[in-house]
Design a binder for this molecule. Structure first.
Ligand SMILES: [Zn+2]
Length: 453
């Protein structure tokens, strides 16, 4: 009891001393900065000065600390990405820092010359720091515009840029928690590369518990979007240009839709060798080949040279601990294998499991009760579920036409004829995910959009 008390007092003193050091450092920088800024003003043309005024150094925030919501940020149409100028970086940074004195903690961080400058959403994020920024698609009534939080960890050491996007469909909640668990468990000083996370892309849908935007459009059908297009197209374009264009790798987090649930799985275009290589970095998660539809974020990102996959976890409108744990584990495994954030893992070296897949549809309408569960192995003829007509009392068994693994399924509900109820994965290997003739008879069509991402 008393030792805890003394520890608390000691910690308090330490914080006070650190605060003093930080503010002393600010004063020093401001004084130096004044001189540098004056020199700069004399030597450089007016345009350069204007640009440097627009980019503020983002506050260095410990993402684990509880923080107030971010202030809205005015986004310049084209933010400079990863400015490659290494000469005078130190000088110009100090000048910029001196001009912007409202973010005291960031000024204490020195930029290492070997790291590229990260400028995103109108802010500079120095290496070895993390921060909360805000993305505003500017499609609302300006007085009611709601900035969307964007978390950024710019590691102290060089490495790739990985992005995590959650809740592009506003009712898909598991991914939101995955972004939080991954990002709040990282020390920027030990991170190699950059991690950008948007926990809730579709704030409009999230607030209404809806998959869609306020105009009933599906945002994940409008990427990369158009600046002068529909509401969905404008939001997609803004996200793509302001944030996604910074990513080298992208994990777009989703859940099943239309009251279906998914075993934790990756949907990826395995015909793209870069994507196939990326997928190898995950742990023992199911991987389903799907080349992706037009307008999906991962398709648009792949077309733009960004290596992107979709991760599906569970079902919509629910927070599912086991699904969140599996997703977090998979992303952490990737960060480890890509040496972005090495950790000591104790589970060995599990590899992803590759599947071709087929959907089993119900033939008669009624109430579906499942006899099998997510992740179960099934053999030919096994009864997956029973559909009973509530009026005629007639029941029909739904049997497995093929041996496989249940990687997605409908929850118990009222179904109509033709409803895709069970997603059966057929074990495959990474080299050959093409379907055989026999399988094509069984509706094994990787590009069949029955379970929309
Ligand atoms: Zn989705």
């Amino acid at each position: 009891m008393s030792s805890n008390f003394f520890k608390s007092i000691a910690a308090l003193f330490l914080v006070i001393i650190q605060l003093n050091i930080v503010s002393f450092a600010d004063e020093l920088q401001i004084k130096n900065g004044d001189n540098l800024a004056n020199d700069k003003q004399r030597e450089e043309p007016a345009i350069d000065k204007k640009e440097s005024e627009e980019v503020k150094v983002a506050p260095n925030l410990d993402l684990k600390e509880v923080a107030p919501p971010p202030e809205p940020v005015v986004i310049t149409p084209k933010a400079e990405e990863n400015d490659t100028k290494t000469n005078n970086v130190e000088t110009s940074n100090e000048a910029e820092v001196a001009e912007e004195d409202s973010y005291p903690s960031a000024t204490a961080v020195k930029e290492k010359p070997e790291r590229k400058k990260l400028v995103i959403l109108g802010a500079e994020v120095p290496p070895g720091t993390s921060t909360r920024l805000a993305w505003s698609p500017q499609v609302s009534i300006s007085g009611l515009a709601l900035p969307t939080p964007v978390l950024v960890i710019n590691g102290a050491n060089p490495g790739p840029t990985l992005c995590l996007t959650g809740a592009i469909h506003g009712d898909e909640l598991n991914g939101i928690e995955v972004v939080r668990r991954v990002m709040y468990d990282i020390s920027p000083e030990e991170f190699n590369g950059t991690l950008i996370g948007i926990p809730i892309v579709n704030l409009q849908g999230f607030q209404r518990g809806s998959r869609y935007l306020s105009d009933r459009r599906d945002l994940n059908r409008y990427f990369p979007g158009e600046a002068n297009g529909s509401l969905a197209s404008r939001i997609a374009s803004s996200l793509f240009n302001e944030v996604i264009s910074h990513c080298e790798y992208l994990i777009d987090l989703h859940t099943g839709s239309l009251r279906r649930t998914n075993l934790p799985q990756i949907r990826a275009n395995m015909n793209n060798p870069n994507v196939a290589k990326f997928v190898e970095g995950f742990d023992k998660i199911a991987v389903v080949h799907h080349s992706g539809n037009q307008g999906m974020l991962r398709t648009a990102a792949n077309n733009a040279g960004i290596i992107a996959i979709t991760m599906e976890l569970g079902e919509s409108l629910r927070i599912q601990e086991n699904q969140i744990l599996a997703g977090t584990h998979s992303v952490n495994s990737l960060l480890d294998k890509f040496e972005m954030y090495p950790r000591v893992f104790i589970w060995g070296d599990p590899k992803p499991a590759y599947y071709k897949s087929t959907w089993i549809r119900v033939e008669s309408g009624g109430i579906l009760f499942s006899k099998m569960g997510l992740g179960d192995n099934v053999s030919v003829g096994d009864v997956l579920g029973i559909v009973t007509d509530p009026i005629t009392n007639q029941s029909a068994d739904l049997a497995a036409p093929i041996k496989g693994h249940i990687i997605g399924m409908a929850v118990n509900q009222v179904v109509m004829p033709g409803f895709a109820a069970y997603h059966i994965g057929i074990e495959s290997n990474q080299e050959d995910m093409t379907i055989t003739e026999e399988e094509s008879q069984l509706d094994v069509n990787p590009n069949d959009e029955l379970d929309p991402e």
